[in-house]
Design a binder for this molecule. Sequence first.
Ligand code: ARG
Ligand code: ASP
Length: 721
Amino acid sequence: MRKTFLTLIVVLFSIACVKAVEGMWLPSLIHKNIEEMQAMGLEITAEDLYSEDGASLKDAIVRFGRGCTGAFISGQGLLITNHHCGYGQIQRHSSVENDYLTEGFWASNADEELPNEGLTITLLVRMVDVTQRVLEATEPGMDELRFQEAVAKASRQIADEAKEEGLYEAQVNPFYFGNEYYLFVYKVYRDVRMVGAPPSSVGKFGGDTDNWMWPRHTGDFMLFRVYADDNNQPADYSPDNVPYQPEKFFPVSARTLEPHDFTMVYGFPGRTNRYLTSDAVQFIMEQENPMGIKLRTDILQIYDQHMASSDKVRIQYASKHAGVANAWKRWIGENRGLKRLNAIEVKKAYEQEFEQWIQENPSKGQAYEDLLSEFHNTYMIYNPLRYSFRLYFEAGRNVEVNRFAQQFMRLVSLSRQKDVAEDVLQAELEQVKDAARRFFKDYHAPIDQQVLSTLTRHFISLSQPGMLPPELEKVRKKYGMDTEKFAEDVFSRSMFVSEEKTMKLLDNYRPSHHRRIERDPAYRFAAGLFDFTITEVQTPMQEVQNKLDSLYRVYTAALKKMQPDENFFPDANGTLRISYGRVEGSFPRNGIQFLPFTTSEGILEKAAEPDVEDYTISERLSTLLKNQVFGEYASGEDLRVNFISSNHTTGGNSGSPVLDGQGNFIGINFDRSWESTMSDIMFDPEQCRNISVSSQYILWVIHKYAGMEYLLDEMEVAGLN
Ligand code: ARG
Ligand code: ASP
């Protein structure tokens, strides 16, 4: 008795001691972590998570579109992802009469589901370590450019073989900066239909006000269905297609979670920078982020001012505003987090440890003696180029007409060729017309004129000596710093700020008209900035980047020698990963504790705040929540809405299923708290928390709010009381 009690204490203690775990792990190598995962509460095996000879959980996960993740939750191809991931699709199906953004959309049967041209979902078939084959194609001492060419060629060959005549898509990705390579074989499904989306007051509740923040109350989920041909294979959209039958789908949990329950996030994280040296981190903190924050603060101010005075403009710029604000807020959080962690000092101390290891291990370390000083010298060349590159993106491409006018560059160059084929020119013309229609639908020229004026002023004053693009030199000569006058002149003379003028050009277009385009002030400005950036910034930057990559390849290999027992995770690179942790709160600031769960009470609390548009909810939601019609989805008296857990996630993990120790779907990941956003560079187990929608809330919205019981019938709901 005493002994079991003691064992229990020891077990409980060791569980409590396992902290949040940094890392996003490759599913095929997850056996390296499985012991720790099981100690934290995982009840299934590595083989259950990833297997090549039989169905495993990986078969229930997809890359959704380009930048998100999704998960199958029924045997009939029902797919869940974030509302913000399918936002573009909802918007495209919406009109003033059918405003699905505001009202939500629910197909009450298969016939009402809406097809989405161009939308694809990508399933991982298998992944294979091909390091040896790739590196065989290289030679020791090769210079970096030739090394990369050899790698690219071998990678292409390996991928081509795996495609099996177009049955699959395949790609070889480098890991640890090219110390390892894996082949990924994918299947891509092209008939993906919209099944259900809650209204924005649920799916986007809190909007930009709450973005990157805890406590959160957003029902950020929506449903699609994937269709296949009669053989369950990918097919173009056809009414004859049938629901895809996934090899695996997740049971959706209705169980009430406890603090410290094991969680894992299984999805497609985009990019992290875990191994950056102190010079790189310092550059991001002191130059890159402050520049982006400063410029976007001004852009948002201009947007806000115009959006407040017109409903039409508010709708036109809603999505643009969200996009500009998202990175802006993330950078602010990232910088705060890095400061709080003393990131530069921490990196420097680590580098000192590395130097010391070299000293103490002359036989192993000799090869690395000059590594850190080479890093330093390379960054001294790289950082100014990178700064100019980022400045172009922030100060140049955030001007809408710059982006738009630049799209005419190909038309101009085709028109100038003497022997251009008529159909090639026509096709290009059609493309540009399409782009123009999309552009003007949501374009408000007075906003953009002000943005051009403001950003051009910043562009000139922030450009480093010798890096001022000639177009800006001209502006400075002619206008001094009076960029307002410059913008006024551009907008009064350019055809690209007027739909009528642009269409007039395109409707009667003849190749000789390229001169009209080239004379246009907006075009000249945009094309000039673009050309300068490509030749004077991007090309040299890429060369230095190659050099950095080769240094990082040596560095990460050296770190493994220095700490042979450490399981270093490879930076996220858009491939499938697992991260694990548990349901837990945090102490973000002195005197404040984050609890792990929010409830519907908080929705009503926020909705009662006067004049916060992001917190408006419908009558129906308000009534249901006030009357506490929670049914079988309640946790005690409450309806849980969101929860936080300590999983290492990043952009691209949106829409990733959050799973419990048995592999049940307990929620969908959609964000991180503000205190976590530095985790792309430096993870802090005390602070880093990802934010998910509780599966109980998802079930409740589908069932009680939308009344779509047939969807619940096809799911496997687990743990119902
Ligand atoms: N911050 C989350 C992510 O990076 C959610 C963004 C969408 N929501 C928003 N209010 N902009 O994607
Ligand atoms: N919101 C992000 C996404 O869309 C997730 C994150 O950055 O935590 O992928």
